[in-house]
Design a protein around this ligand. Structure first.
Ligand SMILES: [Zn+2]
Length: 256
């Protein structure tokens, strides 16, 4: 069928331990390509290694706000290791990066600075970005607006349709996964209705985000099929039309 899971953490233990099984179950559900984002240097390296070993896997590299450490807080963030990795390993995106104001202990200024440096890197490398955001959509918008040459995806978007319009106007794609399968996820389902057909992506964030039927921590790329089915139902499309639309978008955005 050709579904692309544009956001799954195949590098992480629950999936990596049984990668063959995970990929077989995905293939049986029509999910046959994967974008694996890193969230720090080690996971970014692992994502690149997976991409080198499997033609159906593409890697993204970056520092996620939850993995900002004492080094970045005291001496600032150096993009140099990521720049070198990009030159050698050719990832298809910078990510996942972003803002997370739901974290218990964080500095808003450090998060914003780390994000801006990585947006500069994406601009320098002409790569799209994979954005993670919780409780900081207004500030995220102000920052992304400054980098008009950069586009990407707002992954697992939870900000509602009004804000989504603003990110769409900047050229961003919106990623939908387990959230859209939940009948009571009103904001997500409303957003799924207003996103233009050429800006929708499918993802799972496996193993972390669950769905209507799968517990969080236990999802797999195969669960992209359920998200595709929910999107199809919501938008009054066939499953085949939904897959064709989202896969074309994934190929366009992650063409690197
Ligand atoms: Zn993720």
């Amino acid at each position: 069928m050709g579904i692309v899971d544009t956001h799954c953490h195949l590098t992480d233990a629950p999936l990596f331990r049984n990668l063959d099984g995970v990929m077989e179950r995905a293939a049986a559900a029509g999910v046959d390509r994967f974008v694996v984002p890193g969230y720090d240097l080690a996971s970014s390296r692992s994502a690149c290694r997976l991409a080198a070993a499997h033609p159906q896997i593409k890697a993204a590299i970056g520092l996620h706000p939850a993995w900002i450490g004492a080094v970045e807080v005291t001496s600032g963030f150096s993009p140099e290791p990521f720049r070198q990795m990009a030159r050698l390993r050719h990832p298809v995106a910078i990510g996942e990066i972003g803002l997370d104001y739901a974290l218990e202990d964080f500095s808003t200024t450090v998060q914003a600075a780390v994000l801006e440096t990585q947006l500069e890197l994406a601009a320098l490398l002409s790569l799209p970005v994979i954005i993670h955001c919780r409780r900081a959509f207004e500030l995220l918008y102000l920052i992304l607006r400054k980098f008009s040459g950069v586009t990407g995806v707002i992954h697992a978007y939870g900000g509602g349709p009004k804000l989504a319009e603003k990110f769409l106007a900047l050229g961003y794609y919106i990623g939908f996964g387990g959230g859209v399968t939940r009948p009571n996820a009103k904001k997500v389902r409303e957003t799924a209705l207003i996103v233009p057909p050429d800006r929708i992506l499918l993802e799972t964030d496996a193993p972390y985000i669950g769905s209507h039927t799968v517990l969080k921590g236990e999802s797999e790329p195969k669960d992209c099929l359920a998200a595709a089915q929910s999107l199809a139902e919501l938008r009054g499309l066939s499953l085949a039309e939904t897959v064709a639309m989202t896969t074309a978008n994934a190929e366009t955005l992650f063409s690197g």
